[in-house]
Design a protein around this ligand. Structure first.
Ligand SMILES: *[C@@H]1O[C@H](CO)[C@@H](O)[C@H](O)[C@H]1NC(C)=O
Ligand SMILES: *[C@@H]1O[C@H](CO)[C@@H](O)[C@H](O)[C@H]1NC(C)=O
Length: 186
């Protein structure tokens, strides 16, 4: 009897650790640029700028977003310049089902922490877009020298808010990235 209960206990422990959905925080979230193997990165695509450990998007969608992010840098400036005032925007997308805490403030904190931790743009022209799907939270953290203001990011997001509300996250992100490129060039 005792043995059987012990077994039950381990079984419950096993199942809860396997199926409890991970709530991500900045501390444990993998870096797509270096830990792409934890991000469900599309094979052989480098540099990788999309991390999707919970498989929110299809391979094809991740691949397209990655291409768009790579293109954004060239669209908003130069990609390989030592002159930071000519440098384009480096973007990274962080996807999660749930994040620790689950509030807007948690989303904003996590995005800012990851942007600061990963320092993927030496010119401080990086943006990090975080989407926590089941928490329904979204945040864009931006480096100090990104040539798009926070207010414009909010406006761009608001213009796609209905898509996000309908759960059409992929199309919403595609439109946002295109719009960011257009704003810098206009
Ligand atoms: C980038 O610029 C550096 C020098 O600033 C150069 O050595 C390197 O070959 C360039 N890379 C590409 C891909 O153009
Ligand atoms: C860097 O780029 C800016 C804007 O194009 C330009 O005004 C400046 O002279 C450049 N600086 C250098 C050192 O080339």
């Amino acid at each position: 009897m005792v043995k059987a209960c012990l077994f039950c206990f381990f079984l419950i422990l096993y199942f809860s650790s396997t199926f409890a959905q991970e709530k991500w925080s900045a501390k444990g979230y993998p870096n797509p640029l270096s830990e792409y193997f934890l991000c469900n990165a599309v094979f052989n695509q480098s540099p990788n700028r999309v991390c999707d450990p919970d498989r929110i998007f299809e391979d094809q969608e991740r691949s397209q977003l990655n291409d768009l992010l790579n293109g954004l840098e060239g669209k908003t400036g130069q990609t390989n310049t030592s002159n930071c005032s000519q440098k384009g925007i480096t973007g990274v997308i962080v996807l999660a089902s749930r994040i620790n805490g689950g509030t807007s403030r948690d989303a904003s904190n996590m995005a800012i922490q990851l942007l600061n931790k990963w320092t993927f743009d030496r010119c401080d022209r990086g943006i990090l877009i975080l989407l926590a799907k089941d928490d329904k939270k979204f945040w864009t953290a931006r480096g100090q020298d990104v040539p798009v203001t926070g207010a414009v990011f909010t406006e761009i997001f608001n213009s796609q808010a209905s898509l996000f509300k309908q759960g059409q996250f992929y199309q919403g992100l595609v439109n946002m990235l295109n719009e960011i490129g257009n704003r810098v060039n206009s």
